[in-house]
Design a protein around this ligand. Structure first.
Ligand code: B12
Ligand code: SF4
Ligand code: SF4
Length: 319
């Protein structure tokens, strides 16, 4: 994630202000879409052989012929921002603009907070007072000058004395309220981090094989949140509490069939296997040892290290 600290020729942090990368930017339209669903939470009791894929990555939509296919919020929301952009061009004439969902040099939560969509919680997520934090953010930067508003848009911080997210984070990634050490976050480790994972963090990773929902699943603001009903972001039932052996049985073509068009693809086939090996080690289930022995001899060094660690944990001795 080195791109977060990218500077320009004047040594300015590119992401510090939207008008550094885009000098024409005068306003930002910030949208959010709920992906909350009625399915269980990662913190609810689950069978010992079940892994966890983050809720945001369950998304899918049903085609006209009834077939369900994976969907990815980046594409779903970008398409909607583009149509908003065209409608604004019709209303206001031509202007400069740039639409981003996740990937651009903008700090979306900071813009969402400024736009009055919520507050940044102690778990560092944007929390909407009505919809909770299971929301995606999408930003349209424009050269349009917004009329100065009269009322303050700021939504006050409603975390109060609560610190459930800090207490629940199993890798201590939330090292202080509102502050994250991303290199300890399971979301970073399982999705973005390539190669071997620090063995000191493996036990804390528990059964999370892609992303992590723990600090949001314990948040009281998500208890009250209504279920999202977005037809392009419907959960895929098979990704809720998935059996570790079913995911481990996938070869690369099967992985592509299951996750092409889904956010899970970002972890890569090798990355998902590495994460599965760690979850197997944490499961306490000795039935995984045969699979782990094969993986402990794999060419991929990240998978090898994870499988050796897991075997040692299950068998109580070095493999
Ligand atoms: C890098 C990144 C990550 C990293 C680091 C997360 C982090 N907390 O920074 C990792 C991989 C760990 C991650 C994890 C997740 N992410 Co993420 N991630 C991003 C990304 C691409 C950039 C965030 C960033 O810049 N972080 C680094 C710095 C800037 O953060 P910070 O130091 O905490 O900065 C805060 C303050 O210092 C202040 N600030 C900083 N600069 C400035 C500048 C100004 C002018 C102001 C006023 C304030 C300000 O505001 C910042 C936001 O609170 C954004 C998309 C985007 N382009 O913004 C999505 C995003 C934040 N992620 C998202 C999601 C869904 C997740 C996960 C839930 C996925 C999952 N289930 O596994 C987890 C949540 C983990 C958590 N507890 O936050 C959503 C969050 C939605 C929400 N409700 O907040 C976003 C917005 C993507 C999207 N388009 O919807 N993510
Ligand atoms: S996403 Fe998981 S690992 Fe990351 S801060 Fe939240 S609880 Fe901790
Ligand atoms: S769990 Fe508590 S402290 Fe953490 S974000 Fe939610 S309300 Fe705030």
């Amino acid at each position: 994630m080195n791109y977060l600290s990218r500077t320009n020729e004047e040594q300015q942090l590119v992401r510090a202000q939207a008008n550094i990368p885009f000098p024409w930017a005068r306003s930002a339209i910030v949208c959010l879409a709920s992906y909350h669903s009625a399915q269980p939470r990662s913190t609810d009791p689950a069978p010992p052989h079940a892994g966890w894929i983050a809720r945001y990555a369950w998304s899918s939509r049903v085609l006209g012929d009834g077939k369900r296919i994976p969907s990815d919020y980046h594409k779903v929301l970008l398409k909607r921002l583009k149509s908003l952009e065209s409608r604004l061009q019709e209303e206001c004439g031509l202007f400069e603009s740039r639409a981003y969902v996740d990937t651009g040099p903008v700090v979306e939560r900071a813009l969402a907070t400024a736009a009055g969509l919520g507050w940044t919680g102690k778990n560092t997520c944007l929390i909407h007072p009505g919809l909770g934090s299971y929301v995606f953010l999408a930003v349209l930067l424009t050269s349009l000058q917004a009329a100065p508003g009269q009322a303050s848009l700021t939504i006050p911080d409603r975390c109060g004395t609560c610190r459930r997210c800090l207490d629940a984070c199993p890798t201590n990634a939330l090292d202080a309220p509102y502050q994250m050490d991303a290199t300890r976050c399971i979301s970073y480790l399982t999705i973005e981090h390539r190669d071997a994972i620090d063995p000191g963090l493996m036990e804390g990773m528990g059964r999370q094989v892609f992303g992590c929902d723990i600090c949001q699943d314990v948040c009281p603001w998500n208890r009250k949140a209504p279920i999202g009903a977005d037809p392009e972001l419907e959960p895929r039932p098979e990704l809720v509490n998935p059996a570790l052996e079913a995911l481990a049985a996938m070869d690369e073509p099967a992985f592509e069939r299951a996750f092409n068009g889904s956010p899970v693809r970002r972890a890569g086939f090798g990355g998902l296997r590495r994460n599965l090996a760690i979850a197997m080690g944490n499961s306490g289930e000795r039935r995984f040892t045969a699979c782990l022995r094969a993986w402990a001899a794999a060419a991929d060094s990240g998978l090898r290290a994870a499988a050796s660690w897991a075997l040692e944990k299950l068998e109580g001795r070095p493999s």
